[in-house]
Ligand binder design. Structure first.
Ligand SMILES: Cc1ncc(COP(=O)(O)O)c(C=O)c1O
Length: 389
């Protein structure tokens, strides 16, 4: 699956054939196999009035597959609703004393920032760590001057939504551990697109939603605790999270014993249609291999950068392959360019006054060439900032 060959499953993604779809970082278009899996689920619901036992057995299989996909054990995965729920589980589950601190990157996704800011009333100091303007990704050096023995956590995105930078989470995790701090990773943009091994990344908690790289509709998320969940107290508690569940028990006053694993964070019933569909999405992703998907989106990025250099358009994020992802933000004033590109049938996002192009496994080199042709046309009349490298 190289940038010059067309990506094999293109026909599985009708929207990618219909539009110039360059917005995987916003939402991946629904694929035919995932749609078929959803239909099959609803057929079962119609025909057998909700075969819950069968559905829950399937959930167990999907949990195990997802765990293997992320390099962890099945009991280290909890199903959630989205990334924000996972980040909040970590932020609110951590014991903090007044004067403790958490480190966040300046410019983080709001859903990372708000979860921690919401603990300020408990005395948690939120330290916003600036990034070196020249080096366009974060590593241990970025945080070294800000971490101390009151740091309880470093929380960050693996891939940042606003410029596509891929942070060196493993190096940051080593720094955090040396100070007794946890590492809470938002992997929304990377799971299913880059080869994510949650344990190798050193994440205490890794959270993501499943509607981007994992190809299912919104409303399903995952939380992963590669090094155990016992250090985090569940803020909510339901039968699903209790150590010895018994749905017939008459609950009396007394201590609640949460499960020892990630499932302590699961609340009530699950998003079963999406979990069912996730099996089909994993078939698709694993059929190609996530390493090949990663290579493919980076190859498309190389191809895009060559065009941008030719056009004199700067990239907002890093140029180096190892610090990049599937997201590339063009330094073009979005207020003028977004309308032009949308009118030409390109689906992409404006972020912080740049134009965000994000690739999925369904994109191909011709898509990049079509975009470059549009950019060339736009440059005749629309303003742009001179590329300075
Ligand atoms: C880095 C990052 N985190 C989180 C989200 C979304 O959070 P949630 O899954 O809670 O909707 C996005 C984008 O939608 C994102 O880019």
């Amino acid at each position: 699956m190289s940038a010059t060959a067309s990506a094999p499953p293109r026909s599985h993604f009708p929207a990618a054939e219909q539009f110039l779809y360059l917005d995987a970082a916003h939402q991946t278009p629904l694929s035919v196999p995932v749609r078929n899996a959803l239909d099959a689920f609803y057929d079962e619901a119609l025909e057998s009035a909700g075969p819950k036992k069968r559905w829950l057995a399937r959930l167990t299989d999907v949990r195990a597959r997802l765990a293997a996909f992320l390099g962890v054990d099945a009991d280290q995965i909890a199903f959630t609703k989205n990334t924000s729920e996972g980040i909040n589980i970590a932020a609110h589950g951590l014991h903090v004393e007044p004067g403790d601190n958490v480190l966040l990157l300046e410019g983080e996704h709001p859903n990372v920032a708000y979860a921690w800011l919401n603990r300020q009333p408990d005395g948690l100091e939120v330290r916003m760590v600036p990034q070196d303007g020249r080096k366009k990704w974060a590593d241990a050096d970025t945080f070294a001057a800000y971490v101390d023995d009151r740091t309880r956590a470093i929380a960050l995105s693996h891939v940042m939504f606003h410029n596509g930078q891929r942070n060196d989470v493993a190096g940051i995790a080593r720094l955090a551990r040396a100070h007794g701090a946890e590492v809470v990773v938002d992997a929304m943009q990377s799971v299913g697109v880059l080869d994510v091994d949650a344990r190798a990344l050193g994440a205490s908690v890794l959270a993501a939603g499943c509607h981007k790289g994992l190809l299912v509709p919104q409303g399903l998320g995952l939380l992963c605790t590669p090094y155990g969940a016992k250090g985090l107290r569940p803020t909510y508690m339901a039968l699903a999270g209790v150590a010895d569940p018994d749905e017939h028990v008459v609950v009396g006053a007394g201590r609640v014993e949460p499960r020892g694993d990630a499932r302590r964070f699961e609340i009530g019933n699950f998003n079963l249609p999406a979990i069912h569909a996730l099996a089909a999405a994993l078939d698709l992703i694993e059929g190609l291999g996530v390493r090949d998907i990663e290579r493919h989106v980076l190859d498309l990025g190389d191809h895009l950068i060559a065009h941008l250099d030719d056009l004199g358009i700067a990239l907002v994020g890093p140029r180096e392959r190892e610090h990049r992802s599937h997201i590339h933000v063009l330094d073009l004033p979005a207020s003028r360019w977004a309308g032009f590109l949308a009118a030409e049938g390109a689906r992409l996002s404006s972020v912080r006054d740049g134009i965000r192009i994000s690739f999925g496994l369904y994109n191909n080199a011709e898509d990049v060439d079509r975009l470059a042709a549009l950019l060339r046309r736009g440059l005749r009349t629309l303003p742009h900032r001179a590329a300075v490298r």
